[in-house]
Design a protein around this ligand. Sequence first.
Ligand SMILES: Nc1nc2c(ncn2[C@@H]2O[C@H](COP(=O)(O)OP(=O)(O)OP(=O)(O)O)[C@@H](O)[C@H]2O)c(=O)[nH]1
Length: 376
Amino acid sequence: MLDASPAVSGDFNLYYNRKHLKRMRGAMISTMVLMVLFSGLDTITMPEKAYFDALKIRLLLLLPIAAIGWCATYIKILQPHLQWIIGFGALIVGTGVVYILWIGRAEQVLVPYEGLILVTIFFYFLVGLRFQGAMLCGWTICAVYTGMELYAGVVGENLFINVFFLVAANLIGSVGSYFQDAMSRENYDAEKLLSASAEKDFLTGLLNRRALDNHAPLIFRQAVREQRPVAVAMMDVDYFKAYNDFYGHAAGDEALKSIAHAIAECSQRPLDIVARYGGEEFAAVWFGLSRDKAADLAELVRSRVEDLAIAHEKSGLETKVVTISVGLVWLVPSEDQGVEACLRQADEALYEAKGTGRNRVMQAFGPQLNCRENAS
Ligand SMILES: Nc1nc2c(ncn2[C@@H]2O[C@H](COP(=O)(O)OP(=O)(O)OP(=O)(O)O)[C@@H](O)[C@H]2O)c(=O)[nH]1
């Protein structure tokens, strides 16, 4: 099948709708223009009464429906629902065209049935519906048309040929739109994969520095808006060069993975960010914690890494296991306080932690950051 879980399916739907916005708009404009043009054609092919009945359908129902559909594509909150909105509009357009054929039948005039083939192409290839929606519209209109002809008493070879061609058009459309849908799905998967891997650190699975640069300012903006605190922690593995030299680079990689996992486990709230900042350096942004809670969390991270008990014979510390030092900044940011300044401050605190013995958390209460200590 083309879809996976409801969450992925919903996300893909939105992606698909956004990719096809221009096509949907183009389809709605074409519908409006064609309604006007066909109204002109009706003056030649239809007697007066039938003409006015058809005109009402075209200009008072189908044209406004297309205009509503066109407007809907510009309303952002409707974008996730465009398949339904456009699909419903397309179905009304198709039904309207069948009804115009019906008017012709009732007045004993020959309204070209081929219009329905155009409508079928419109469903599958123009209006921007996904496979299921296009099929629903196409086959429903095919059934409605067949029912209408039978009700009107049209039977025999004529009906058979018309229905045959309509069924054939639906088959072509169904197959074509299935592959079009599948191709969009492949593009969606590829784009997702690309953006995920562009933001991921391959060794640890954490976000990389680029992702931190992208996402941390959003957290800061949210904090400014809501006047909530953020904490920024810079973490660095102690005596890691000695570890690498003694145990080898591969063991170093394994140690980094375990450390990354321990840090990530402590930062699981929705707005938390943890990234590998560089070689053996990690950064975290924690949203909405009081100063004490942020300090507790930094201490928890430090102790979790120590508790991993990764042997480090060459550690310059008494404890012969791998440890980290942490520099912490806490603040309620204002507009002019950016992530970069905080990272710098946290880095300075980190080096203080290194200088005063390592395996510890050092807090920066830099006055230049205007920390507002009373915020919670
Ligand atoms: N195994 C492994 N080592 C890395 C990686 N990235 C950086 N390193 C190593 O991390 C070490 C960092 O060494 P230093 O910057 O001198 O710091 P340190 O030895 O940890 O000393 P302090 O930070 O002062 O405690 C270097 O030997 C790097 O080669 C990596 O992806 N894998």
